[in-house]
Structures are given as C-alpha cells and as structure tokens.
Design a binder for this molecule. Structure first.
Ligand code: SF4
Length: 244
C-alpha cells in the first residue's frame, strides 16, 4: 500500500531536525490527522510523549503490548497515564499465554540466545505489527539518539514497512536529562522502577537493575549477554524496526 501523504524523507527530516518535540507533534497532527498512534512501552519517554499529546489535544491511539510477563508497575503506569491524560490506550496481546508458549516449544524461549528473539517476535513484534498494519499513517515512538547503540543513528521521520506507515521519533534529539527535566517540570507520572536502578524496562523475566557505571541497557537480557562469546552492550526486542 502506498504511504499517504507522500513525503520526501530527506527534506522533511532536515526541517524536523530544527523543531522541538512538541512542534514535531504539531506537524504530525497537521500532516496525518487522526490516523496516528503512539507506540508506548510505558517507560519515561512514553510518559513525556503521553503528556505532550494530551497538552496538544491530539486524539491518537496509544498502543501497549502486554507480553503477559510485565512488572506489575508497568501495568500500573499504563493505567495511571491513561487516567491522568484521558488517553485512548489499547492493550495488545500475543496469541498465546507464556505458559502455552512454553508447552508448544517445550522450553522457555526467553532464557537462551537464539530463542529469545523468537519470544520477542511472538510476544511483542507480531501483536504490534498485526494490529498497526494498514490502520495508521504514522506511528510515534520514544527512541532517542542519546540511548546509543543502533539508536544513535535514528532519523526523526522514517518508514516502517512492516506496518505500512511512517515512524516518527519526536524525542530523537533529546538527552536523558532533558527527558527527566520535562517529566519533572510537568509532574508527569513516571514508571516507578526508573527510580530503583532500572533505566530501561522490559519484561520482568528479562530485565534486571543496573550497577553503578553500567550502560543504561545493561539490565536488559543480562542472562543472554552472559551466554555470548563476544561482549555486546545493546540487545533489542525488535518491536522497533530501527533496532533490528
Ligand atoms: S523480553 Fe524476554 S520474555 Fe519478553 S518477549 Fe522478549 S524474550 Fe520474551
């Protein structure tokens, strides 16, 4: 399906690079109208974007994938943000429960390198892609270049061919300090585990706190990283096309 409207990615990105996140969201609103969704992990970047969307009066779907093994605090943050900002939050689910998946494959997929990627595909990427494909013209996400790794090179505007839509990262140019300052200044509800040594939060099964001096994503799939022969700092679930 052709993308609507047809945009010159290079030229548009040059223009968007000069804008603050809220101005980028205003451009999203003008350009795509209501056929927009916010993809939300309920981490602090999603908190800031939820507040911006609310402040601008944008009526967009907020998409959250419940893998079935999230921290209870993640679900509480979803409910708190939804209630505080009157968000239209849609919770998406994998086809199978964690237990059904274990029985089907005869093992816990999240535990091993070579397996965990399939677990993330089944429990995160497929529910998101199946819902979003063809339903929206643009999907907003919370990635920031300051997170490093593959995210250091993201563009503000990209195309996610899996969902046949534009992908927009309004916070691409922000630092973690700017994000924290924004959430604090506006009294935005933030996932409580961010204040307990969890700079990055995914499924409870695959997320641990970080130690002083560790990379912000060191707590994600720590058990997988320990199985790898070559040290890597950044592993991803693949729900964001840029991370694949
Ligand atoms: S983060 Fe872990 S449990 Fe969650 S979907 Fe990925 S591998 Fe599975």
């Amino acid at each position: 399906m052709p993308l609507e409207p047809k945009l010159d990615l290079q030229q548009t990105n040059r223009e968007l690079e000069r804008l603050e996140p809220t101005a980028i969201l205003e451009w999203v609103h003008r350009t795509f109208g209501a056929r927009v969704a916010l993809q939300s992990s309920m981490q602090k970047s999603a908190s800031a974007l939820s507040h911006m969307i609310y402040s601008l009066g944008m009526k967009v779907d907020v998409l959250f994938v419940d893998t079935g093994v999230h921290f209870p605090e993640t679900l509480e943050t979803r409910d708190r943000l939804t209630e505080t900002y009157g968000l239209h939050t849609l919770t998406l689910y994998p086809e199978k429960t964690f237990e059904e998946q274990r029985l089907e494959y005869g093992r816990e997929l999240h535990l091993r390198e070579g397996d965990y990627q399939l677990c993330c595909e089944l429990r995160k990427e497929i529910p998101f892609v199946n819902w979003a494909r063809g339903r929206y013209d643009a999907v907003i996400g919370g990635l920031m270049r300051s997170e490093g790794g593959k995210r250091a090179e993201i563009e503000i505007l990209a195309v996610d061919d899996r969902v046949e839509a534009y992908k927009i990262y309004p916070l691409a140019n922000w630092s973690e300090e700017q994000l924290d300052e924004y959430n604090l200044r506006h009294d935005v509800p933030v996932h409580p585990l961010h204040f307990q040594a969890y700079p990055s939060i995914g499924c409870a099964t695959c997320t641990t706190p970080v130690l002083p001096g560790e990379d912000s994503r060191a707590g994600r799939w720590r058990h997988i990283r320990e199985q790898l022969e070559q040290p890597v700092t950044h592993l991803y679930c693949g729900i964001n096309r840029e991370d694949k």
